[in-house]
Design a protein around this ligand. Structure first.
Ligand SMILES: Cc1cc2nc3c(=O)[nH]c(=O)nc-3n(C[C@H](O)[C@H](O)[C@H](O)COP(=O)(O)OP(=O)(O)OC[C@H]3O[C@@H](n4cnc5c(N)ncnc54)[C@H](O)[C@@H]3O)c2cc1C
Length: 379
């Protein structure tokens, strides 16, 4: 057992931390307020190799391990969870899915620009009537011989208006249930593909979440990922890894709020002493630090499982379930440590508290994670 980060890990952690402080922090309050996508920053992150961190360099990626990727997500999430979700979707859902299930042609055509950060990807599973119950896909991809005819609606799609490449799950053969679902690559601009309304959200307001509409979109057969009917398996396998990224996002949000609370507690005075001298505040900081450390170990363990070829379905679900709970608890307490100042935007903690909530919802709600964990422990 080795809990030590390598030199390379520490370098990536520092690079991500510096980027977050220097490039993301300055405009983060304004972007949150105006729901502005961090376009410039995402472009820079792409140039620095953060958009395809785990992708093989032969496909334009950085060829790093999962821990490196999580360290980057964690550091960026301490400051801007709207930026980190863009990275998370591109890295762990779109790039990972294409690299592990896509054909060589699909990798050359779609993965390379995504991994280099020249293009952004989106992962489209959820529908108005199919969220947790993702098997109830109503979007259809009818087999027309040389192409599929795609019809339906996806909602809550991260990178909805900024992506160029969309992986869309759709039902080809209803009689086969989840084995009749396909994963198709859709390009921005295909006829009949419409980017619908943008959501006005509680948190991660800088990310663009949209409804997508598909009206008789002709999708070439070569855009199907993998064999006929593996779309659901593809989505579940991809999400199992994605969850570890969201767990790292939760860890980062908690860590960011904790660091702010710690700093503030040393400079704010009440009753003749800095508030960090009050034991009630000390206990809050002690609880926060302990919970974050416990979450970190679960997140790194899931990453270790993934990098070492072990099953990471359960450890990833545990990491996301626990880290997202910690993110909620720690951010609420960080606002409390700040008193009234925690309730206003300038001090950042209220945003982190709002951002934390999504980590209990997307890529499988906390209840869904418990279903996954229970299934595993019950055998
Ligand atoms: C900001 C944002 C970004 C998102 N990005 C994406 C994206 O990029 N791509 C994508 O495909 N999706 C995305 N999603 C969708 C997200 O994954 C779903 O919202 C989530 O899976 C929950 O589905 P739902 O909203 O339909 O809730 P529902 O499934 O309707 O759940 C409602 C409640 O019921 C609970 N519940 C449901 N079934 C059970 C059960 N069997 N046992 C116990 N409790 C249950 C849930 O846990 C939840 O509390 C995003 C969502 C948001 C809000």
């Amino acid at each position: 057992m080795n809990l030590q980060l390598s030199e390379e890990h520490l370098m990536i952690q520092k690079a991500a931390r510096d980027f977050a402080q220097n490039e993301l922090k300055p405009g983060v309050i304004e972007r949150d307020e105006h729901q502005k996508f961090p376009a410039e920053q995402i472009k820079m992150l792409g140039e620095l190799g953060f958009m395809g961190m785990m992708v093989d360099p032969k496909y334009g990626g950085s060829g790093m391990d999962t821990i490196s990727y999580l360290l980057a997500i964690e550091e960026i999430s301490k400051v801007d969870a709207s930026a980190s979700v863009v990275l998370s979707v591109n890295n762990s859902l779109v790039c990972w899915g294409l690299e592990h299930f896509g054909s060589e042609d699909q990798k050359q055509k779609y993965l390379v620009p995504l991994a280099k950060g020249e293009k952004i990807g989106a992962f489209c599973l959820s529908e108005p009537e199919a969220g947790s119950d993702a098997t109830s896909q109503r979007t259809t991809a009818i087999d027309m011989g040389d192409h599929y005819l795609l019809n339906g609606t996806k909602n809550w799609i991260t990178n909805g208006s900024t992506a160029s490449t969309y992986i869309v799950m759709a039902q080809t053969d209803v009689s086969k249930g989840s084995r009749g679902i396909n994963a198709l690559i859709i390009e921005r601009g295909m006829e009949g593909f419409i980017v619908g309304a943008k959501e006005n959200k509680l948190g991660i307001r800088g990310s663009d979440t949209h409804t997508l509409l598909f009206n008789d979109v002709k999708v070439p057969k070569e855009n199907r990922i993998g064999d006929d009917g593996i779309g659901f398996k593809f989505a579940m396998k991809t999400l199992a890894g994605g969850r570890i990224g969201i767990a790292a996002q939760a860890l980062g949000i908690a860590g960011g709020a904790y660091e702010l609370a710690l700093e503030y507690s040393k400079v704010r005075s009440a009753f003749g002493k800095v508030i960090s001298q009050h034991q009630a505040i000390q206990f809050k900081l002690a609880d926060m630090a302990t919970e974050i450390e416990a979450a970190r170990l679960l997140v790194y363990k899931a990453a270790w499982d993934k990098d070492n070829g072990h099953d990471y379905g359960t450890s990833g679900a545990m990491a996301k379930l626990y880290a997202s709970k910690v993110a909620m608890e720690v951010t609420v307490e960080a606002v409390q440590v700040h008193g009234g100042y925690g309730f206003v935007k300038e001090y950042h903690v209220e945003r982190l508290m709002r951002d934390a909530k999504i980590t209990q919802i997307y890529e499988g709600t906390s209840e869904v994670q418990k279903i996954v964990i229970a299934r595993s422990v019950l055998g």
